[in-house]
Ligand binder design. Structure first.
Ligand code: AP5
Length: 216
């Protein structure tokens, strides 16, 4: 099964992608995480992307399409995938169709996570993640079981993203409205779009997604 999680910044795409990975044995392909890994490694691509990401703008379509195509090719044993943060523009959605056709693959569902803007800002403002393994938390909604200790790897250092500053968040929300939301009709027309209520609690959103995907 190959699916897309679509939604504005802070909608909970990363949070749900991790749960779907575990339950359905799919692989999360997050373009945001890939770009952050490139930055950490100091690669040329990472250097190019850094200022654009920190400002809250979108990285160029060509660069992202190349990145995702390589990652799909690296999947082993015919594993299905969850696209998180891709596609984000109409040209990316069209390129994805071409890529999948070339590779003999298809999309099974596009999950649209809807959340109010005020809630998105609240979620992003409270987000932090483990500096070692990247597990994501929230000051209020999703705290580690033991304060100051990562549930996943036990590390005690946490970080906040540079693009989670309020000025950058405003620009990311505009980018979503103007560049990403126009791909919703593209998938609706194909009969692939399934809206879920992203305002619900994390477990409830997970249940709604399972209702779309079927039992693991
Ligand atoms: P990316 O990393 O993809 O960021 P994003 O789309 O802005 O999404 P986020 O990671 O901020 O949010 P999320 O929906 O994953 O929410 P999360 O689960 O963390 O992209 C970053 C940048 O990279 C872009 O701005 C761009 O520059 C570049 N880029 C990436 N892909 C690109 C592309 N295809 N083309 C061009 N440029 C690209 O949840 C948020 C918080 O809320 C967490 O603290 C979580 O614990 C909490 N939470 C989650 N669900 C709930 C819930 N149901 N109730 C309460 N709290 C919740």
């Amino acid at each position: 099964m190959n699916i897309i999680l679509l939604g504005p910044p802070g909608a909970g795409k990363g949070t749900q992608a991790k749960r779907i990975e575990e339950k359905y044995g799919l692989v999360q392909l997050s373009t945001g995480d890939m770009l952050r890994a490139e930055r950490k490694s100091g690669s040329e691509l990472g250097r190019k992307a850094q200022a654009i990401m920190d400002a809250g703008k979108l990285v160029s379509d060509d660069l992202i399409i190349e990145l995702i195509s390589r990652r799909i090719d690296q999947l082993k044993g015919g594993k299905g995938f969850i696209l998180d943060g891709f596609p984000r523009t109409v040209p990316q959605a069209e390129a994805l169709d071409r890529l999948l056709a070339e590779k003999g693959l298809k999309l099974d569902a596009v999950i649209e996570m809807t959340v109010d803007e005020a809630e998105l800002i609240h979620r992003i403002a409270g987000r932090f993640s483990c500096a070692k393994c990247g597990a994501s938390y929230h000051d209020q909604f999703n705290r580690p079981k033991t304060d100051g200790v990562c549930d996943v790897c036990g590390a005690t250092e946490f970080t906040r993203r540079a693009d989670d500053r309020p000025e950058a968040v405003k620009i990311r929300l505009v980018a979503y409205r103007e560049q990403t939301a126009p791909i919703l009709p593209y998938y609706r027309k194909k009969g692939l779009l399934h809206p879920v209520d992203g305002m619900a609690a994390i477990d409830e959103v997970g249940r709604q997604i399972e209702a779309v995907l079927g039992r693991p």
